[in-house]
Write a protein that binds this ligand. Sequence first.
Ligand SMILES: Cc1cc2nc3c(=O)[nH]c(=O)nc-3n(C[C@H](O)[C@H](O)[C@H](O)COP(=O)(O)OP(=O)(O)OC[C@H]3O[C@@H](n4cnc5c(N)ncnc54)[C@H](O)[C@@H]3O)c2cc1C
Length: 574
Amino acid sequence: MRGPAAEQPDLIVPPVPVRLAAPDPGWAETTDVVVVGSGVAGLTAALHLREAGLHVTVVTKVNIDDGSTRWAQGGIAAVLDPLDTPAAHAADTEAAGVGLCDPAAVRVLVEEGPARIRELIRMGAAFDRHEDGSLMLTREGGHHANRIVHAGGDATGAEVQRALHTAVTRDPWIRLVEHALVLDLLRAADGRVCGITLHVLGEGAEDGVGAIMARAVVLATGGMGQVFASTTNPTVSTGDGVAVALRAGAEVTDIEFVQFHPTSLAIGAGVTAAGAAPAAVVAQQALVSEALRGEGAYLVDGDGKRFMVGQHELAELAPRDVVAKNIHRVLLESGADHVFLDARHLGGEFLHQRFPTIVASCLAAGIDPAVDLIPVTPAAHYASGGVRTDLYGRTSIPGLYACGEVACTGVHGANRLASNSLLEGLVFSRRIAADIARDLPPQAEPAPQATVDEWVVDPAGRAALQRAMTRGAGVLRSAASLTEAAGTLAQVGAVRGVPRPDSWEATNLVTVASVLVSAAYRRQETRGCHWREDFPDAEASWRGHIVEHLDVDGVRRSQWQPWTDTVSTMGSAQ
Ligand SMILES: Cc1cc2nc3c(=O)[nH]c(=O)nc-3n(C[C@H](O)[C@H](O)[C@H](O)COP(=O)(O)OP(=O)(O)OC[C@H]3O[C@@H](n4cnc5c(N)ncnc54)[C@H](O)[C@@H]3O)c2cc1C
């Protein structure tokens, strides 16, 4: 018999091997608000902050368009059809979240969503329309109404990113700093966040480590797919925002809920549970959408046998999680690093016409789906948890906000409903801007920082970490697999040297992976996208949140918070 959730044993993942601190900044500048990240959440926050008359600096790791946003395909969910209602959108969102959504946050999402889409359209985003000019609204898995707006068919994210990019670069009061890795937060003596440290990878006076002082900081750093060896996320998605927030003592929650897409194109560096050695930086893997299975493609193993038949009444069209779990099993049993989709019988002409994007990705990899089997593997796709916020994006640390995939606003619960993530970025970034504009304190002085530790996480351990996470903390988890993953994390070595961006990223990956493994171990049930082989059912006693933070010595602390429908995730924390 299991005891109450709060009393479950914790998995001891040793603290992150080194406590890295950014070197003393060689240069500093000042702005009103720093936004970290330039996807849908960061750029929307920046534009709304400008409407409030504030000076904004957007810092981004590589180029402005390099986050997940531009890769989003299906669309954005919002109630725009007169036959649809916010209550219906909320019900679908909460059904997907399996009892863990925060009803107040969901209400905000569905009620404010339509206005944010209209703003995006006024800004220039061109969504697909019918001949009479009305928006085309489609339906996706889990939605009971037509409420998905899309652009260019399956290129919604690219259009959203383009529109926001254009608007931001048009505003001379938004300073954009590209090729800059944000390292850590600066804190005042009273604990308030008052800026960031960053490593600019460029030429000129600002090269190297610097500081940007600010009266508030917004984390919009996106997801953490790169914690795994196989992911649909771009290479910038290394969970930096979660790690930065943890190092500053902020709370993160629901981090165990990672959505895996069952069929990503298994080419290049990405590997699976059983797979071969990946390159250190995992390549982003193209999605092979379930629509291909919907049109009749089958999943087969290395011997050409259809393995979904008999596993579920819908066979290949079973829910995503079921398909991902079965593929994962085949991989573990066979030692292969991918299974195959057989779409050959659909014919070249049909495939080119119906699935141009998928066919193009395959052809680029030398695979002709009309002639060849398509190698596919499950891949980490979306982080439902993240830095814990209230309804205004406020984290547990004054002056620090979070929005987009890095945040846990409470809207997704144990699993995200399709097309709700771009919407979340639009809705909550605007609320953050409103809150900052309402109450922005003067610039505070940073307190002295910890000295640099000359031991840094060895980036050479990154590939082993990713492989261990996919194998032990991926689609299917158990106490044994998670303990094995924790063992690998404990062995990621430290080397002597000055921290460089690759060691910061490696540190962030270890930090996030450790917290994820611990929470996944602690949650002894299967709920949403968290699948425990040893605890296959959802349990009423586990209806609640695991909230994690690091204490001042870098030691992980974990609290249990039972779910309640009366307050938002954080209530009015600040
Ligand atoms: C293939 C794919 C398809 C998807 N399809 C859909 C869909 O149809 N509908 C939907 O709603 N969602 C979809 N999603 C999810 C959605 O795209 C993301 O959740 C969303 O775009 C996240 O937006 P964001 O602004 O939070 O982060 P991102 O767009 O990922 O941007 C994060 C930004 O932070 C920067 N950054 C990260 N770390 C640092 C650092 N240390 N210093 C400085 N900058 C940093 C990055 O460079 C990037 O600019 C999809 C995701 C993928 C990968």
